[in-house]
Design a binder for this molecule. Structure first.
Ligand SMILES: [Zn+2]
Length: 227
């Protein structure tokens, strides 16, 4: 975790720092090695959030776009189990940053728990995801709608879409670079994707503005580039 408590202050892990978990009160150890990002770990026991995944630089750089108060916000589910949102805004939106592989039923469970949630996926973890993305864009014509170029694609077009495209929530695929590939709407087997600069995405979240949501009235037919 990025933060532990020292008295009532949230502090970051630095060598020999001492702190307790802001969520469960357990004693924490500052892990300040060279392989992983500096973080706090629960001393001698498992993490209090069974859903927690080890953080990467990718997690940290995303989380740091938002106020520290919005980072690592915990809540309990109906069974009393504790879960920590990567980002939780004061207006109730959770953003989860997912780097590791995760089982579909886990995604559904976590989505139901957070309810208002945007998933941001590290789409650079598997090289084939970028290849599939490039291929998809290569033979799909975008259509201009609401100021953005929309790509209409089949819900099983890529492995990432198979995994994340039918959640009924906004999903952002982070292929690296300055844009997020956002999925904000679906209709039948169609999924509507568009690129949004990450800076604009972050600004929308910070200012509580809705993201562009694209919903065509009629399902549009796929068009192929003429060779
Ligand atoms: Zn804890």
């Amino acid at each position: 975790m990025r933060f532990a408590l020292s008295d009532t202050q949230r502090i970051e892990a630095t060598p020999k720092a001492v702190g307790t978990c802001p969520c469960c009160g357990a004693e924490m150890l500052a892990r300040c090695g060279t392989k992983k990002v500096w973080h706090w770990a629960h001393k001698g026991r498992r993490h209090c959030d069974p859903w927690w995944e080890n953080e990467t630089e990718w997690h940290r750089s995303w989380k740091n776009k938002f106020s520290p108060d919005w980072q690592e916000v915990s809540a309990r589910d109906a069974q009393g189990e504790l879960h920590i949102a990567d980002i939780k805004t004061p207006y109730g939106l959770t953003i989860e940053f997912q780097h590791s592989a995760i089982k579909p039923d886990e995604v559904i469970k976590r989505t139901a728990f957070h309810d208002q949630v945007i998933w941001i996926i590290d789409a650079t973890r598997r090289p084939t995801d970028l290849t599939q993305y490039a291929q998809m864009l290569d033979y799909t014509y975008p259509e201009r709608f609401d100021g953005v170029d929309i790509f209409t694609v089949h819900h099983k077009e890529t492995r990432l879409l198979k995994e994340w495209g039918s959640l009924g929530r906004i999903v952002g695929f982070d292929y690296g670079g300055g844009n997020l590939c956002l999925l904000t709407a679906a209709q039948g087997h169609n999924r509507y994707l568009f690129d949004l600069p990450k800076a604009e995405f972050i600004k929308s979240i910070l200012e509580e503005k809705p993201l562009p949501v694209v919903q065509f009235k009629k399902p549009s037919h796929r068009r192929y580039r003429r060779l």
